[in-house]
Each structure stands twice: as C-alpha cells, then as structure tokens.
Design a protein around this ligand. Structure first.
Ligand code: ZN
Length: 62
C-alpha cells in the first residue's frame, strides 16, 4: 500500500485534513468545512475564512 502524505488544511494549516474536502489543489479539513457552512455574514470569523478562501480561487481568476 502506498503511503499518502497528510494534506495540510489551507484554512487552519492543521494536518488533520485527510478527511476534509479538496478544492482544486487545496484541502479544507472537516472542522473548517463545517465552520464555513455555519458562518454568518456578520461573524468576524467570516472575513477570516473569506480571505483564506480567496487564496483558493486567486490562481484561476483572470
Ligand atoms: Zn482546517
């Protein structure tokens, strides 16, 4: 069996992202995924996640 290296979550930089979702070349861990889904627009954390997510799309944006 080939050993897989543990992906690092793009949002929180933790190494438990192996059960998370993959977006393009990035991985978002399960806790972060749940956080994003449950975020409210007036939540201060929302802006943080928004900035982190922007990094995901920047390489493919024109
Ligand atoms: Zn994470």
């Amino acid at each position: 069996m080939k050993e897989r290296h543990t992906p690092v979550c793009t949002i929180c930089r933790s190494r438990h992202a192996n059960r998370g979702i993959q977006v393009l070349a990035h991985v978002i861990c399960e806790p972060c995924e749940k956080q994003i889904i449950g975020l409210q627009c007036d939540d201060p954390v929302y802006l943080f996640y928004l900035c982190q997510l922007k990094k995901l799309w920047e390489p493919i944006l024109p």
